[in-house]
Ligand binder design. Structure first.
Ligand SMILES: C[S@@+](CC[C@H](N)C(=O)[O-])C[C@H]1O[C@@H](n2cnc3c(N)ncnc32)[C@H](O)[C@@H]1O
Length: 364
């Protein structure tokens, strides 16, 4: 510190005013945002976070040696990744931030590495087609996964097992983290049967069963995904409480034989257009009797549709990459549709930091 002060005494440092500085910064930050995600992808590819977790307080030359990179590459890597805030530097030593330790190290139970991989290999690959998708109002971004017949990315995944398992692993790591706010919701304590529409690999069902001891879950999803969910339930000793049924939700009017149940739609309903959502909410009503509830758990935009980041990103992904329809709708739109088909709204739980809302509704 002393040296720096002395050195700065050697010459004057003067600021020059730049008239457009604020505008420049605003635009430049947006233009360059993808460099940050690329810094993250490469840091994950090179196992930087795992390395720093095993050897905190490392110098640049230790990192270079550990990762097998030149000093020059390591300087650039560490400049780019400290700029994201995911790695911190004190003196000449580098350490993982707590976010990196918790979410970006493969051994962590909360690891998001498979999601990072999915975003790199699928979302980033496809998003260059966004302008064309906007012009054609459909998903032009998934053509890089070749297919004769399929349209949505999920149908394309079904034809290519490596993509399908990449998606399922990414979803599993996301769900594992994003289900946590649901583990202490009073309305779940009073129900014994839950239909989990588009329940995926069962991560949500497993966590709910582990936390609500009276709960039995029936997962509805595609055949391959149901098989994964059954495996997952077995792995957690929950085979007796988690069942699965392969159903095409959008093309059937009765999903399972009549039963009294609550219904959960977790990260599912935003895939669809408002007319389809209306249809899905209407079909769900036939199961929701007595004190049962409909639970909608999803990313939702703010009511003004000006953000936030996840709602914006997810909506671009739906239009350009996933299905060519759907978006992160504001909660107010779900509420309007629910009321129009005969629901009353009980409670809205807001988990602002992850831009998620849980809408709890009853049938009138
Ligand atoms: C984003 S994942 C959500 C998984 C889980 N509910 C969660 O919150 O983590 C959406 C799931 O919906 C399923 N899905 C999408 N369209 C479907 C349809 N028409 N019929 C059945 N399942 C569908 C997909 O296969 C996928 O597993």
């Amino acid at each position: 510190m002393k040296k720096k002060e002395e050195k700065s005494m050697e010459y004057a440092i003067k600021n020059i005013n730049y008239e457009n500085a604020q505008d420049w910064k605003k635009v430049s930050n947006v233009i360059n945002a993808f460099f940050n995600s690329n810094a993250l992808f490469s840091a994950c590819d090179l196992n930087l976070f795992k390395f720093l977790d095993n050897q905190p307080n490392c110098t640049l030359s230790n990192i270079a040696k550990g990762l097998g990179l030149s000093i020059y590459s390591t300087r650039v890597l560490m400049l780019s990744i400290t700029n994201t805030g995911l790695v911190e530097k004190e003196g000449d030593k580098y350490c993982n931030s707590s976010a990196a330790s918790s979410l970006l190290v493969s051994e962590s139970p909360n690891s998001l590495l498979s999601w990072v991989k999915y975003m790199q290999l699928i979302s980033r690959e496809s998003i260059g087609y966004y302008t064309q998708s906007l012009k054609d109002s459909t998903n032009r971004g998934n053509g890089f996964i070749e297919s004769q017949n399929a349209n949505s990315i999920y149908e394309r995944f079904d034809e290519k097992i490596e993509f399908s398992s990449m998606f399922n692993n990414a979803m599993k790591s996301l769900s594992h983290n994003l289900v946590k706010p649901l583990i202490d919701i009073p309305e779940f304590k009073n129900i014994s049967n839950l239909i989990d529409v588009g329940g995926g690999g069962g991560e949500v069902a497993v966590t709910l069963c582990q936390n609500y001891e009276n709960l039995n879950v029936t997962i509805l999803d595609k055949k391959n995904t149901c098989d994964m969910a059954l495996e997952n339930a077995k792995k957690h000793g929950l085979s007796l409480r988690i069942q699965c049924r392969p159903v095409d939700i959008i093309n059937s009017t009765k999903w399972i034989p009549e039963q009294e149940s609550s219904v959960l739609m977790s990260h599912f309903i935003s895939f669809f257009e408002p007319d389809e959502i209306r249809k899905i909410y209407t079909i769900a009503k036939q199961y929701i009797k007595n004190n049962n509830k409909l639970f909608i758990w999803d990313t939702m935009s703010n009511d003004n549709e000006t953000g936030d980041m996840t709602a914006s990103r997810l909506s671009m992904y739906f239009l350009n990459t996933a299905t060519g329809r759907g978006m992160a709708y504001p909660a107010s739109e779900h509420i309007d549709i629910l009321k129009s088909v005969g629901y009353t709204i009980d409670t809205i739980y807001d988990v602002d930091p992850i831009e998620h809302k849980l809408i709890v509704a009853s049938v009138k």
